[in-house]
Design a protein around this ligand. Structure first.
Ligand code: MG
Length: 393
């Protein structure tokens, strides 16, 4: 029996993870659940999976959940509100694997705490490695803990690396869907609306990550994640556009052989892989039918039309704190785009200015989470200022 904790259980990854648990009831047990504010869905999950420890982001949400549980004659042994709750779920002594799927920066402390308490970490939160990759990987090495990627591309690379000597690996190749504007001419990109950008061709995701996929920043953030997960320098990580999202990513070996992982586009597959690793279990999913996939296409990403990818490489090659600046600037720029305060092409323009300033500041040592937060706060202030200036011109 693997004992699981899920941080972010009411989000899309969290719900898929609970579907995996339900399908693998003899192998997986939910010990802890943590969620933000969706009390109705959370109470239903707690009733169904009976975790020992639960946490919600606010006291009000927790009260609402507990009232719903009482009405149904259910309760958890321990219930918390706020950031301590996330920590309590992440470090509960009975937990073997912690799935970090809560969005944003709240997960930083909880993920580090899970690693420090010797838990296997299944990672679905991008910020954790983009903002504090060096710190997380170093802590995991020290504690002998595995960080297993749930993101489909990194999960694919993790699978492709199996049984290969790291010295034989030449390059990691991340596939990108290319987003909804892959074929759109440069001069029309400025007129793109939030509604158009929110139409994603192959994956169904939240607004922030969907915009990131339209700008290719999502892939840029994944390049940074790959750097830490697989200890690969930036010039050994490549991106290829593959609109069908059938090949989830590849590894190139010393002799030129490419090893790829293919599968249906369903997050339950990488989640189950992280829960079962190093074992493989049957999955209640249709196998990929190659003949019905049709043509598989691959093309180089157009960094002229989608400069965000290059900006991510630049951040990775710059001072240690620069990816934090990239991440914060992107978050604010995307928010401003969704609020119609910035045009689509304003997103990379704002990020570039933030990186210029961040480079000058040298965005120095980021050896602690406090230092990471300090750079993050600086980058948010700076970017907000940049956006205000852009708006007023
Ligand atoms: Mg991905």
């Amino acid at each position: 029996m693997r004992r699981i904790a899920i941080l972010g259980s009411t989000g899309s990854i969290g719900c898929s993870a609970l579907a995996v648990v339900a399908a693998q009831a003899e192998r997986l047990e939910v010990v802890g659940l943590a969620a933000g504010r969706n009390a109705d869905r959370f109470a239903e999950q707690v009733r169904r999976h009976r975790p020992r420890v639960i946490a919600m982001a606010t006291a009000a949400a927790l009260q609402q959940t507990e009232a719903a549980l009482r009405a149904a004659g259910a309760a958890a042994d321990a219930a918390y509100a706020g950031p301590e709750g996330l920590l309590a779920v992440a470090t509960h002594p009975d937990v073997d694997v912690v799935l970090c799927a809560s969005s944003g920066t709240a997960a930083l402390d909880a993920t580090l705490a899970a690693i420090e308490s010797g838990k296997t970490v299944a990672l679905a939160n991008k910020e954790v490695l983009v903002m504090a990759g060096g710190l997380m990987v170093e802590a995991a090495r020290r504690r002998g803990v595995a960080i297993l990627p749930v993101d489909s591309e990194h999960n694919a690379i993790h699978q492709c690396l199996h049984g290969h000597d790291p010295a034989d690996v030449r390059r990691l190749i991340l596939t990108a869907s290319g987003g909804p504007f892959r074929a759109r001419p440069q001069e029309t990109l400025d007129a793109v609306t939030p509604e158009q950008a929110l139409e994603h061709p192959t994956w169904n995701m939240g607004p922030k990550i969907t915009i990131d996929s339209a700008t290719l920043m999502n892939k840029g953030l994944e390049v940074i994640e790959a750097r830490w997960l697989f200890d690969a320098p930036p010039d050994r990580i490549e991106v290829v556009v593959h609109p069908q999202s059938i090949v989830h990513s590849l590894v190139e070996l010393r002799d030129g052989s490419l090893i790829a992982q293919l599968g249906v586009t369903d997050m339950r597959l990488p989640i189950q892989y992280a829960f079962s690793y190093p074992d493989r279990w049957e999955a209640p999913l249709p196998a990929l039918d190659l003949a019905s996939c049709g043509r598989l296409e691959f093309e180089r990403p157009d960094v002229k039309r989608f400069p965000c990818l290059e900006l991510a490489y630049r951040a990775l090659r710059g001072p240690a704190g620069l990816p934090i600046v990239l991440n914060a600037a992107n978050e604010l720029a995307v928010e401003a785009f969704l609020a119609r305060r910035l045009p689509f092409n304003g997103i990379p323009a704002v990020i570039e200015q933030a990186l210029d300033l961040g480079e000058r500041r040298a965005a120095g040592g980021v050896g602690t989470l406090a230092a990471v937060r300090e750079v993050d706060a600086w980058a948010r202030r700076t970017t907000a200022e940049i956006i205000r200036k852009v708006e007023s011109t």
